[in-house]
Ligand binder design. Structure first.
Ligand code: DHB
Ligand code: MG
Length: 221
């Protein structure tokens, strides 16, 4: 068996992306804006962006919640999955990130479907209880708070809500308890997905232009 090498997995990532993911100018510009505006270049890979888009469509999601907007690359993919009248609420702690995201969303033609709420997830999520429930939730913020975000995903969702958690492998460090606070946050989130009767879940490792990481996919039952 061929061992994985960075050259080969990056070639595979490019091949699959070129074959299956048509990024338009707005998506490309939102990626470029991260370096230009001094944001960390930690957006999801194109194949993962399209996966989010397809999962949202497959689940018939009309209301999408995102925790961690960054430059809105994943937000654009999610907003483009919505039917007429659908809405994305996306939470971003950094006001400068939110400004960059707003510009990117408006350039992508679907800015009117997206509300950016500025603040920490733990502060903003409790303000959403009076809104209609969410059908799809993407958690991609500070990993230390994953259990808080999952708890709100269940509270603000309904049976059938799909929840995706980014970055659950962290270059393999997820199997090293105590390695750092992010790893411990990811592990606590995965333990919650196992133990909390509100969820059923699985996770997949990914190896791509963003390195070695993974996503958890859960259903609110
Ligand atoms: C980090 C955060 C992310 O959401 C990501 O996709 C990659 C890296 C980080 O904090 O290092
Ligand atoms: Mg992420």
């Amino acid at each position: 068996m061929t061992e994985p090498s960075a050259d080969r997995w990056n070639a595979v990532d490019s091949y699959l992306t070129e074959t299956l993911v048509a990024e338009d100018e707005a998506l490309r510009a939102s990626v470029a804006s991260l370096a230009e505006e001094g944001l960390p270049e930690i957006e999801v890979a194109p194949l993962n962006g399209k996966l989010l888009h397809l999962l949202a469509r497959m689940s018939g999601a009309k209301r999408v919640l995102e925790v961690g907007t960054l430059g809105a690359y994943s937000t654009i993919w999610l907003a483009r999955a919505l039917p007429e009248g659908g809405r994305v609420v996306t939470i971003e702690a950094e006001p400068h990130n939110a400004e960059v995201a707003r510009r990117n969303l408006d350039r992508s033609g679907i800015g009117d479907r997206v509300d950016i709420r500025i603040g920490r997830g733990a502060d903003v999520l409790p303000t959403l209880t009076d809104e209609e429930p969410f059908d799809f939730v993407f958690i991609d913020a500070d990993k230390e708070s994953n259990t808080i975000y999952l708890d709100w995903a269940a509270k603000l969702g309904h049976p059938g809500t799909v929840v995706v958690v980014d970055n659950v492998v962290r270059s393999g460090l997820v199997v090293v308890p105590g390695e750092n606070s992010q790893v411990d946050g990811v592990r606590a989130g995965l333990a919650m997905l196992r133990d909390d009767p509100r969820f059923d879940a699985t996770a997949l490792q990914t190896l791509d232009r963003k390195g070695w990481d993974g996503i958890a996919v859960a259903l609110v039952v």
